[in-house]
Write a protein that binds this ligand. Structure first.
Ligand SMILES: Nc1ncnc2c1ncn2[C@@H]1O[C@H](COP(=O)(O)OP(=O)(O)O)[C@@H](O)[C@H]1O
Ligand SMILES: [Mg+2]
Length: 370
């Protein structure tokens, strides 16, 4: 059992010698027992700092961290019952894989038989049995990474902490290891906190994802909830590739009811009538600056008799799908189409937005209008 509760956590680096850097800005986050929680966000947003605070590798400036109901603020790392895997996993080059796996256990003076059995168990889980007598230099990057994970597993910790453990692997190896770590999580039934800047990794691995920016949490949700209902502009733009299309404009009451009208509108402004839940959410924001959001896959090609059309500027065939860059009057969009749509550069592209798939955000605060 391991539930990690983070309350009002603050980290300011260098606060003794000046104003310091506020790396973590009073965050609250609960990681449930056996949960795979991913912390994701751009470089410098405070992911590693948060993880290092949980590990006890940095001193907390404010707030508390509790593991299984026990506040661990003053508890040294070795007594927190957690294991961390870093991006730069330093294996001992002169030791065999077996000895690399056993090293931490020997230091804690575990009986030899217990060490042997834990190392064998971890090696079997990670497919490392054939390599136990090799030195790290004789392993591939992926195998070395597995040894680093194995060193964490042999400790039987309550909580696993991962800081960008796949960053040094090539794309193919990263995908394979990603799946392995997911299986490992199921098998170990352990609580895991996993840091990455890669939204794809976050989406595919996390039970829940915590999106961070500038030391703050922007949203915590399951992957598809995050994708379908981003709470703000930051999450909308960060999760998804290509990202959600965002168009600035205002909300106005027209003869057809409530509508979004893009700014910089010239002769043919982008106008979108709103209905249903979105119209109800937008009603309170008439006259305000807003941002309309639409995912690339929610832009639908249409016959010519629709009010919306743009010019195809770029066509990117990806195989299973084709991305097209659309230029309208004062706005640009990226649409994800089936290759059978056969879009051609320079063509006029009449389109519609899939019903129920539009998002609106307050331009000033960034918050989703719900
Ligand atoms: N040891 C440190 N001393 C001073 N500033 C630091 C230190 N470590 C990180 N920072 C700063 O704290 C902020 C968050 O860093 P970090 O947690 O490493 O972000 P991430 O892991 O999301 O890239 C950044 O502005 C970074 O420059
Ligand atoms: Mg980091």
């Amino acid at each position: 059992m391991a539930r990690v509760v983070i309350e009002n956590l603050v980290k300011v680096y260098g606060e003794k010698s000046g104003p310091g850097v506020r790396a973590v800005n009073g965050i609250n986050l609960t990681i449930e027992d056996r949960e795979f929680m991913v912390l994701v966000g751009p470089s410098g947003c405070g992911k590693s700092t948060t993880l290092r605070l949980v590990a006890g590798l940095e001193e907390i400036s404010g707030g508390t961290i509790a593991i299984d109901g026990r506040v661990v603020n003053g508890v040294p790392p070795k007594d927190r019952d957690l294991a961390m895997v870093f991006q730069n996993y330093a294996l001992y080059p002169h030791m065999s894989v077996f000895e690399n796996l056993a090293f931490g256990l020997r230091q804690r003076s575990l009986p030899a038989a217990e060490i042997e059995s834990r190392v064998r168990e971890a090696a079997a889980m990670l497919g490392l049995d054939p390599y136990l007598q090799r030195k790290p230099a004789a392993l591939s990057g992926g195998q070395r990474q597995r040894v680093a994970v194995g060193r964490a597993i042999v400790r039987h910790p309550k909580v696993f902490l991962f800081d960008e453990p796949l960053s040094n692997l090539d794309a193919k190896m990263r995908t394979a290891t990603r799946a392995e770590l997911s299986r490992l999580h199921d098998r170990l039934g352990a609580t895991m906190i996993y840091v990455t800047h890669d939204q794809m990794e976050a989406m595919t691995m996390g039970d829940r994802i915590c999106v961070m920016q500038d030391g703050n949490i922007m949203q915590v949700a399951a992957p598809l909830e995050l994708y379908d209902n981003p709470a703000n502009l930051f999450v909308a733009g960060f999760i998804g590739s290509p990202p959600m299309n965002l168009v600035r404009g205002t909300l106005a009451v027209t003869s057809d009811g409530l509508a979004f009208i893009a700014e910089e509108a010239s002769d043919a402004p982008l106008r979108v009538s709103l209905d249903g839940a979105l119209a109800r959410a937008a009603a309170g924001a008439v006259g305000r600056a807003v941002v309309l959001g639409i995912r690339p896959e929610d832009i639908r090609p249409e016959g010519s008799h629709v009010p919306l059309s743009a010019r195809i500027d770029v066509v990117e065939p990806m195989g299973a799908e084709t991305f097209v860059h659309l230029v309208g009057s004062g706005y640009t969009l990226i649409a994800r189409l089936a290759p059978s749509a056969k879009p051609a550069r320079g063509d006029t592209f009449p389109f519609s937005f899939a019903p129920g798939k539009l998002h609106l955000f307050d331009a000033a605060s960034g918050a989703a209008l719900r």
